[in-house]
Design a protein around this ligand. Sequence first.
Ligand SMILES: [Zn+2]
Ligand SMILES: [Zn+2]
Length: 444
Amino acid sequence: MPDLDFFGGVEEIGGNKIRLNTEETSLFLDFGRSFGGEKQYYDDPYLSPRKPRQLKELGLLPQIENLYKNSLEPGVDGVLVTHPHLDHWGYSCYLDNEIPLYCGEATRDMILNYEYCGSCGPSKDYYLANLTKKNGREVYKDFQTFRTGDQLEFDDLSVEPVHVDHSIPGAYAYIIHAPGKTIAYTGDFRLHGPKSEMTEEFIYRAKAADIDTLITEATNVVGADVRTEEDVRQDLTKIISEATGLVITNFSNRDIDRLRTAYKAAKINDRKLAISTKQAFLLQRLRQDKHLDIFDIRDDDVLVFRKEKSYSQAWEEEVIGEVKTYSGSDLNEIQEEVVLVASYYDMNEVMKIRPQPGSVFILSQSEAFDEEGEIQHERLLNWCEHMGLPQYHAHASGHVGPNQLKNAIQEIDPETVYPVHTERPRQFKKFISDLDIEVKLPDN
Ligand SMILES: [Zn+2]
Ligand SMILES: [Zn+2]
């Protein structure tokens, strides 16, 4: 019988690290960074973890031999990464390079893209990949990619990846056929998104696979809403149509669905969408994947917004070489024709636009939790106050709501459910206690 050990994602949103051991195979389901756990001890960039032993000592990385860099013989056959949010792969920088990351192609591309613009690792020794002016692109990690329909074979088990819809492209769930047990792991998913049919397919396949153990995300036990991406498009369209000055909107850098939504809402209002150089760099890579239907950054209705600085990194030079870029001062003159995607980290440059009266800020992400370590709500409010920007909220969650999740569990009908990726597993346990399904709370 396979064993499951939970080293993260327990009473926290993200940081999933679940070990599955059978007699002959040892796999991790995700190896995510724990933002909540790190915040208890660190204040990045002033104090941040430098070595895996520090995170092990703090209980944020598993205390397992032969897992980390320069192990004599890696004791794990691989990590099944569900999707490219950092809270699902961010600690894989500490793993021995010989331990492969299994993931979808879009996930690999987004992880590499992330590494080319910086890195999840604390220093060069921990980079998964790098892009420099001198050496171009270098990949140090072993990525094993798959597409839906592929089956991954290990010594005594096989894994069936099935795509699901989430707020970042390339998300997969896994159905694992292990000796004596069939296990499904959802990763993060939703049923109200633009590609909900992918999640429906996972539920259908899981049901057909006769699942014994279901490990599911349960993020939205609190703070759930029922808004869809289409609702967000309508909200953004209306807010933009009423605004007379600059419109600034803020969402996760890599939420491609939201970027597409903002593009449509800007376009219908005859405004140009100004995106960051980082987003432009990512879109140029993802555009090669025809499934993703991504607009061209060279289109007339797209501008690339660049921070003015004396030195550009290799990835920035690629963008600058490809398209004209605009600084804050450049946007000042045309601000009422622009919807600007900007985050807290762009605020020095945004100040240079000098937003005129009638400008607004639209917060288009969750206020409740942060899977990518990007949110700075309090400080953003201060910036908005300083610039006189009222703040709207237009958002739809990347995670399944409680009722839909309960229905999905009932449909899949496993023997046992483990809720992960939630701060309140007990609340969720009671909520589904009328189903004839054992709910086990993972511990670490
Ligand atoms: Zn997550
Ligand atoms: Zn996620």
